[in-house]
Design a protein around this ligand. Structure first.
Ligand code: URA
Length: 236
């Protein structure tokens, strides 16, 4: 992965030296940073690919950013602190795994695709509400679905306690009590609450894909792998 190509100078120094952006800007003003041997004071300079960035004479290297997909099993929580439960981070056998975070959340009783990274900008680009990334789930329901559910998902549903309908969602009925759902938002317990709005109840929920990146069928529950570069880029 090219990684550093075109990255803003303040971000580059902040990531490479582990400093806040504010601290970096102070250093820049002091003339402590050079790019390819020339002192640069502007934070928004884009560091060219392969550019040599020095801080007080020492060459800086960006830590490699890491991107993974995990098949989350039942009873594992999507947070960084444990609160007594096994977390998705606990399933990763990686150095400095405390630097990684899950991209968005799945409920403890939801299984399937979870992305993990230490690239905060990348994960923000996926979860930011305005991005409307498709998220695909397979839901198993307590009651058989009526064909009219398809139009109701497409029209948008009012969720209990909210005053704004959901964005259009795609519902494919695969069997009387099994459906594939594609939503563009990530509201709290969204899929379960959408079926609750129809008077139904989700008994199992599994995430299959996010923004075109599909859970690798070779991953058993609890297994993970690094994302391929095309998968990372598809979500950028
Ligand atoms: N919708 C839910 O209700 N739960 C999840 O975990 C994800 C989407």
């Amino acid at each position: 992965m090219s990684g550093a190509a075109g990255m803003r100078l303040d971000r580059y120094v902040s990531q490479a030296a582990g400093l806040s952006r504010a601290a970096v800007r102070t250093l820049l003003r002091r003339g402590a940073v050079s790019v390819d041997g020339i002192v640069v004071k502007s934070a928004d300079l884009h560091v060219p690919a392969g550019g040599r960035v020095e801080l007080e004479g020492a060459v800086l290297a960006l830590p490699g950013l890491r991107y993974f997909m995990l098949n989350k099993p039942l009873d594992v929580v999507c947070s960084t602190s444990d609160g007594g439960h096994l977390t998705v981070l606990g399933l990763l056998d990686e150095p400095r795994r405390e630097l990684l975070h899950p991209v968005g959340r799945l409920d403890r009783d939801t299984t399937g695709l979870v992305l993990l990274t230490d690239d905060g900008q990348w994960s923000h680009g996926i979860t930011a509400p305005r991005r409307h990334r498709d998220k695909v789930y397979c839901a198993t329901l307590a009651e058989a679905l009526a064909a009219s559910a398809v139009e109701r998902f497409a029209a948008g549903l009012m969720l209990k306690g909210e005053d704004r309908a959901t964005l259009p969602a795609r519902l494919e009925i695969l069997a009387p009590t099994v459906a594939r759902v594609t939503v563009q938002e990530g509201r709290y317990h969204q899929v379960k609450r959408m079926f609750a709005a129809l008077g139904n109840h989700v008994t199992a929920l599994h995430r299959e894909a996010i923004g075109g990146v599909v859970l690798d069928p070779a991953l058993a529950p609890g297994e993970y792998r690094a994302l391929r570069e095309d998968e990372v880029e598809a979500l950028r």
